[in-house]
Design a binder for this molecule. Structure first.
Ligand code: G16
Length: 542
């Protein structure tokens, strides 16, 4: 039976950088999730009888919302929902399913790298038919529908069994429960040289992959251990848990420090990698070398033709504005386009669809390509393995040779988390107010060449996105960028990004924070970080 339920709007359902993310107690308020799901469908046209892909990262509340989406999709007229077994689909695997099966779109339940649990984070994101995160015109429409919603439609039916690969019906809608790993693993076999990778592992190459008790566990087990023959035990923490074992499933030097320490230890493996809650982020560590995400993009681009799926070369590279310019130098050498977009994977979609770029990446531990329309953690790890196997060199050697050839972009991000929103906004407003007077001034010996509030003009659909981060560019190519995160769920997170280019190989072994010390001090002088936030140090440094 289909019911129409009267409801009242919530005023806080504005999707952020990547969908709507809130604490579970917010999501579990009466009709909160239902309102948002109905608002997504109200913002879309033409899906009657079509297919929706559905899955999530397995976090707390995932299973409940899977059932809600199924019932609301059936009542709204979808013809079929393909749902990952157990309600599980990594974000890139969902993107692939949408594309492969020509679905109308997909709903992904995830709050990415944010912690999970009854008091922690949950999220709902809509992806369009190209497999990528809905562009701003759709997320804006969803938000406006959510502010005016009066009712939602829902099927009254017993819970669907999502744990068995099978096909059933729900009020006339087909529900197909699919293996979440199979299609994705097959796609990876087509992109990378699995034969060479099997040889690499046969030769005794040791790797540690930490799935952080999140969604990539089953993918990594199948691909690295079963298909590539990596030793049992290569994958750690591979059972997805609703609370990620009480940790932040965030692959970086803070939350995956244990992996870093393991690889750096004398007895540890040569190579380490981790992925986040929903499987789209990655961290790469080699013996003696942590690879920054910005460098990772540049190195993958410079070596792309070593992987069979990219043997014919790349069309171009896109990076988010705060990501370092390391890949710009690679693009220049290859003679391909380089695009600078705002933070948010959704901004890469048009460039990928138009064939302008093949590779995309962000400083926030995201790398991906035109194989899907999301960043992809396991894909990035396979790309590194492919490069290592083809070159017969370790991560450290590969990175150092890259710096010697292109110069090094010293890079770091400082996050000030859970700052009172009013204080964080005051800091950004003050900065915006002084942009005009900064050029020509000297701070800590650095002369400001240009200062602006980044705005993006999409070269494909010509849409304009303003206020995407304050940039202060210094003479010589160094820069500091300030922006507020669009993914946090409590207070505001101020992100400060510092970058300095060093062409001289003799100066490539300075400790990063030391190499950036003048920029770190200048950032505080310019923005008054301590004064506004009351903090004397960042909460997280990556
Ligand atoms: C999301 C977006 C990324 C973005 C990141 C951080 O990633 O998809 O494009 O770089 O958030 O955004 P912010 O700096 O606004 O917090 P994820 O992995 O959280 O989905």
């Amino acid at each position: 039976m289909i019911r129409t339920v009267a409801t009242t709007p919530y005023d806080d359902q504005k999707p952020g950088t990547s969908g709507l993310r809130k604490k579970v107690p917010v999501f579990s308020q009466e009709n909160y999730a239902e309102n948002f799901i109905q608002s997504i469908f109200d913002a879309l046209d033409g899906f009657k009888g079509k297919t929706l892909v559905l899955g999530g990262d397995g976090r707390y509340y995932n299973r409940e919302v899977i059932q809600k989406v199924l019932c609301i999709a059936a009542a709204n007229g979808f013809g079929k929902v393909m749902v990952g077994q157990g309600g599980i689909l990594s974000t890139p695997a969902a993107s692939h399913l949408i594309r492969k099966h020509k679905a109308f779109g997909g709903i992904i339940l995830s709050a990415s790298h944010n912690p999970g649990g009854p008091k922690e984070d949950f999220g709902i994101k809509y992806n369009a038919e190209n497999g990528g995160p809905a562009p701003e015109k759709i997320t804006d429409a969803i938000f406006s529908k959510s502010k005016a919603i009066k009712e939602y439609r829902i099927a009254d039916a017993p819970a669907v069994d999502i744990d068995t690969v099978s096909t059933t019906t729900l009020e006339g809608m087909t529900v197909e429960v699919v293996d979440p790993v199979k299609d994705y693993a097959e796609m990876m076999e087509g992109l990378f040289d699995f034969k060479a990778l099997r040889k690499l592992f046969e030769s005794g190459f040791r790797m540690r992959f930490d799935a952080m008790h999140a969604v990539t566990g089953p993918y990594a087990k199948e691909i690295f251990e079963n298909r590539l023959g990596a030793a049992e035990g290569t994958c750690r923490n591979y059972h997805p848990l609703p609370d990620f074992g009480g940790h932040h499933p965030d692959p970086n030097l803070v939350h995956a420090k244990h992996l870093y320490d393991d690889v750096m230890s004398a007895a540890g493996p040569e190579f380490g990698a981790a992925s986040d809650g929903d499987g789209d982020r990655n961290m790469i560590v080699g013996k003696g070398m942590f690879v920054t995400p910005s460098d990772s993009l540049a190195i993958i681009a410079a070596n792309a033709t070593l992987a069979p799926g990219y043997a014919r070369g790349i069309a171009g590279i896109a990076r988010s504005m705060p990501t370092s310019a390391a890949s710009d130098r690679v693009a220049e050498k290859l003679g391909v386009g380089i695009y600078e977009t705002p933070t948010g994977w959704k901004f890469f979609g048009n460039l990928l669809d138009a064939g302008k770029v093949t590779l995309c990446g962000e400083e926030s531990f995201g790398t991906g390509s035109n194989h899907v329309r999301e960043k992809d953690g396991v894909w990035a790890v396979l790309f590194w393995l492919n490069i290592i196997a083809a070159r017969g060199e370790g991560v450290k050697e590969i990175v150092e040779k890259h710096w010697a050839a292109y110069g090094r972009n010293y890079y770091s991000r400082h996050d000030y988390e859970e700052v009172e929103s009013a204080r964080a906004n005051a800091l950004i407003d003050e900065l915006r107010g002084k942009l005009g007077s900064l050029p020509g001034t000297t701070v800590r010996g650095l002369t400001v060449e240009k200062a602006d509030d980044f705005s993006y003009h999409d070269p494909v659909d010509h849409s304009v996105s303003e206020h995407q981060g304050v940039r202060v560019l210094f003479k010589g190519g160094s820069r500091v960028v300030f922006r507020l995160s669009g993914t946090g769920t409590s207070g505001a997170t101020l992100r400060v990004y510092m970058e300095r280019y060093e062409p001289d190989p003799k100066k490539h072994d300075i400790e990063t924070q030391q190499a950036l010390a003048d920029l770190i001090a200048a950032a505080d002088d310019i923005a008054g970080i301590r004064r506004h936030t009351g903090r004397d140090r960042p909460s997280v440094i990556t």
